[in-house]
Design a protein around this ligand. Structure first.
Ligand SMILES: C[S@@+](CC[C@H](N)C(=O)[O-])C[C@H]1O[C@@H](n2cnc3c(N)ncnc32)[C@H](O)[C@@H]1O
Length: 205
């Protein structure tokens, strides 16, 4: 089993990041519009596991977005992000070892959390060190228990993936004290049960 970040580094070098962007685009569009619905004040945003930075660049175009940051543990993904957006905020780091200088209003993450052996630890780290009180976090995964065809992916790709059910993912958000937890499927198609999306709000103290 290899590190996921080594695999995605190769994807960046071979140009496969563009295909991934295309594959994720429809679900991410739904996630982002859900994340910022009703938003009237300026906001800050982090994409956790940003790949080549395409979601950060998309968010930066939003008139209320004051700051958008991307973090990824594949160096060549971050190199690409910087090449595409020289004035952007992109950080090369393992997500568990990084924190922003200032906490943000929104965290988004697409197809990243299951690469961690303990996703609960990452959710806790982001809750404690990344998110403002009152902030909202949204995550999407295509690898989950109810998506049976995804179960071969760890073998196919040769890396660790943590397989959880929809109920398990919701419980993680509950365990860490998020409120207004909602779960839905984005980009559902005939042969695809959709991206499993979970969102929650960190209550102000
Ligand atoms: C399937 S890709 C998704 C990329 C991006 N979210 C997108 O939708 O295009 C997963 C990303 O998570 C990153 N990643 C995986 N494990 C990581 C870790 N421990 N720390 C930081 N990034 C990680 C990989 O480098 C890769 O870019």
């Amino acid at each position: 089993m290899r590190n996921a970040t080594d695999i995605f580094n190769e994807w960046a070098l071979s140009g496969k990041d563009k295909g991934m962007e295309k594959n994720h685009e429809a679900a991410v569009k739904e996630m982002l519009s859900y994340l910022i619905r009703g938003q009237e004040d300026p906001f800050s945003f982090i994409d956790a596991g940003c790949g080549n930075g395409w979601v950060v660049r998309k968010m930066k175009d939003h008139p209320l977005c004051e700051k958008a940051i991307g973090v990824d543990g594949a160096e060549d993904m971050i190199r690409k992000a910087n090449a595409n957006d020289a004035v952007g905020n992109y950080f090369y780091s393992d997500l568990l070892e990084w924190a922003p200088e200032e906490k943000v209003d929104f965290i988004h993450s697409m197809e990243v959390l299951y690469y961690f052996k303990n996703p609960s630890e990452l959710i806790n780290h982001m809750k404690l060190n990344w998110l403002k009180p009152g902030g909202k976090m949204i995550m999407g995964v295509d690898f989950y228990q109810e998506h049976e065809r995804s179960h071969t992916w760890p073998t196919d790709l040769g890396t660790h993936m943590t397989l959880l059910s929809e109920k398990n993912w919701v419980s993680l958000f509950n365990d860490h004290g998020f409120s207004h937890i909602e779960n839905f499927r984005a980009n559902v198609q005939n042969d695809f049960p959709g991206t499993l999306v979970i969102s929650g709000v960190l209550d102000s103290i």
